[in-house]
Ligand binder design. Structure first.
Ligand code: MRU
Length: 360
């Protein structure tokens, strides 16, 4: 199989977005095409986790803006063009609430659109295709930058992993969740590409099984030894001394270092603390939300109860049962030994250290 490309764009402003449909992995490898102004399909892809993982949904949303503008590429009234732009941005922002990368990427697109608008207002000119081209360039830049960022995260994180270590991860923070290479998984890729031996324990990650379906699959593609475990096996695996470090990704990190990530991450952090195992978070600068003081302020996505009651292609809970299905939880900063970013490792995790590393 050729190297999977999570997301790519073909053509100019009226081109197409291609994304692997991650809901079908690991049994089917299908790329879907998004084009002809169908921004609703991009929204649906983000909402239903066909594309998922914080950096990847930021990239998808940036390209989604380009798709959403395709119906107005010949619109010569700037007011109508920019009204459409605002509508598309607000619409894409409603696709998922927790990963801040989505809003960060849309903010970058807004900044570019309004810079170009200001320039065109000054010169009394308006070329819709020029604005669209500039926005496509920005989406491509967000995409490309992520590749570089992931490698830097991999390099910094790999230094923290002892040769021969067992490392546990939760959910999927790999190439599928980013432009490629990943955040948490980047540390495994970099370490093994540079001669270390690791054995990864992948939590299956109920209810949607990103660990089983995506992480185990990605690691096998990279020929990194991986053992798949059910989420409720992590404590026993740690007690047996099989794990020397935990590395996970993040969806939003607040000013004090509290970290939202896939539901179940907080339990893993507590288990790691009890077993004296360092618990690391790997995330780019774009995952930090310094406007929020603590994790209590992070909006937690609530998802369809059927993800819990109909999890394995069959009904697994009684009709009408009450279900609680938060998609993310928040790990308090005090449980995190270090946050691995493209700018270096933040440790100990304090607001002061976060600002020092990020604002450097
Ligand atoms: O619901 P998902 O699959 O989008 O959740 C993904 C995660 O929680 C990842 O760990 C996180 O986005 C980091 S991806 C580099």
């Amino acid at each position: 199989m050729s190297k999977p490309e999570t997301i790519h764009w073909e053509g100019g402003a009226d081109g197409s977005l291609f994304m692997i449909d991650q809901t079908l992995l690991p049994t089917e490898f299908i790329e879907r095409e998004y084009s002809k102004g169908c921004v609703e399909k991009v929204w649906e892809a983000i909402h239903s986790l066909r594309v998922r993982g914080a950096p990847a949904i930021g990239i998808a949303a940036a390209y989604g803006v380009c798709i959403g503008l395709q119906p107005v590429l010949e619109e010569m009234d700037p007011a109508k063009f920019f009204a459409k732009f605002d509508e598309v941005v607000a619409y894409l922002a409603s696709s998922r609430p927790t990963a801040v990368n989505l809003f960060w990427a849309l903010d970058r697109m807004k900044e570019v659109a309004y810079q170009v608008k200001e320039l065109m207002d000054c010169t009394q000119t308006f070329h819709p295709r020029e604005v669209a081209n500039r926005l496509l360039m920005e989406a491509r830049a967000i995409h490309e930058e992520d590749r570089t960022i992931c490698r830097a995260i991999g390099k910094y994180g790999a230094e923290l992993l002892p040769d021969g270590a067992g490392v546990l991860t939760h959910c999927n923070a790999g190439g599928l969740a980013t432009a490629d290479y990943g955040t948490a998984l980047a540390t495994f890729f970099w370490a093994t590409e540079h001669g270390k031996k690791l054995h990864i324990y992948a939590d299956e990650t109920r209810p949607l099984l990103q660990g089983a379906r995506l992480t185990a699959w990605e690691l096998m593609q990279h020929e990194i030894p991986v053992t798949l475990i059910c989420d409720n096996m992590a404590a026993q695996v740690m007690r047996e001394g099989k794990v020397q470090a935990v590395v996970v990704g993040a969806d939003r990190i607040t000013a004090n270092g509290d970290t939202a990530n896939k539901i179940g991450t907080y339990s893993v952090a507590c288990l790691a603390r009890v077993h004296n195992i360092p618990f690391y978070v790997a995330a780019p600068k774009s995952t930090f939300d310094l406007t929020l003081a603590t994790g209590d302020q992070i909006p937690i996505e609530q998802r369809d109860p059927r993800e819990v009651t109909h999890g394995f292609g069959r009904q697994t809970g009684p009709d009408g049962v009450d279900v609680y299905n938060p998609a993310f939880d928040v790990t308090p900063a005090k449980h995190i030994a270090g946050i691995i970013t493209e700018l270096g490792v933040i440790s100990p995790v304090t607001e002061e250290n976060i600002r020092k590393v990020l604002e450097n």
